[in-house]
Design a protein around this ligand. Structure first.
Ligand SMILES: *Cc1c(COP(=O)(O)O)cnc(C)c1O
Length: 225
């Protein structure tokens, strides 16, 4: 990350390393905390519900999955940032639940920059169409944009998608008349390119924790339901 920042002429502290801890047990998170990490990403509400109480209390948790409207109340309680907001209906539900919890909820809007049929995320045109309505929600704080580009083995192929997200953020900022602090983009395979293209949050799982074993935490999550 430091090398990528140097190449891009950016300050290393301008990029947050979000440790994506989904499927990994509290012990792995404790080890990451001992190494200095404080921000963790989870993509399932039921897994987070079981895991977060077993982890140190001074951490920042980001929700990075696809949020269902019936899980918004819990997401607002557990997370300091909800990254995957991709429709006005979901934003309205988060706004309502944040109001009930007497807080404002920081969010990132997820954009499907490549227009992949299989992916969640706003189409760029739809994001711009909803932009004023999203900004009118009083309990929502829009902190920026996030994307998961198409999977590629050559990280250079992801670069145009990262650049597109950066350009879209600039369009949103011009409409808003204010800066948006965050661009969440880049994962284990392509975070260096993402930093060169302006990422302020990189979401890294495999490169920190090793391969995910789906199902390994199932027993804990189910016990908590
Ligand atoms: C799982 C996940 C990641 C982490 O991916 P790695 O390739 O393991 O670094 C990042 N972002 C999102 C949205 C994810 O779901």
């Amino acid at each position: 990350m430091n090398a990528a920042c140097t190449r891009a002429g950016r300050a290393p502290e301008s990029v947050t390393l979000l440790a994506v801890s989904k499927t990994h047990p509290p012990a792995a998170i404790e080890a990451a905390v001992a190494a200095g990490l404080r921000s963790f990403g989870e993509s399932k509400i039921q897994e987070a519900r079981a895991k977060i109480p077993q982890c140190p209390g001074n951490l920042r948790w980001h929700f990075i999955g696809h949020l269902q409207s019936n899980k918004c109340r819990e997401a607002v309680e557990m997370f300091s940032l909800i990254q995957g907001v991709d429709s006005l209906a979901l934003a309205q539900e988060i706004n309502k639940r944040a109001g009930q919890a007497a807080k404002t909820m920081p969010v990132l809007l997820e954009v499907n920059v490549a227009g992949e049929a299989s992916k969640f995320g706003y189409r760029p045109e739809q994001l711009l169409a909803d932009w004023d309505a999203l900004n009118a929600l009083p309990r929502l704080e829009i902190h920026g944009l996030m994307t998961v580009p198409p999977y590629v083995t050559d990280p250079e192929k992801a670069r145009p998608h990262f650049a597109r997200l950066r350009e879209l953020k600039a369009v949103c900022e011009a409409r808003l008349g204010a800066p948006l602090p965050h661009l969440s983009m880049g994962m284990s395979g392509d975070y260096e390119v993402a930093i060169e293209e302006g990422a302020t949050i990189v979401r890294i799982g495999t490169a920190l924790f090793g391969k995910r074993q789906y199902g390994a935490l199932k027993a804990t999550s189910e016990a908590a339901d």
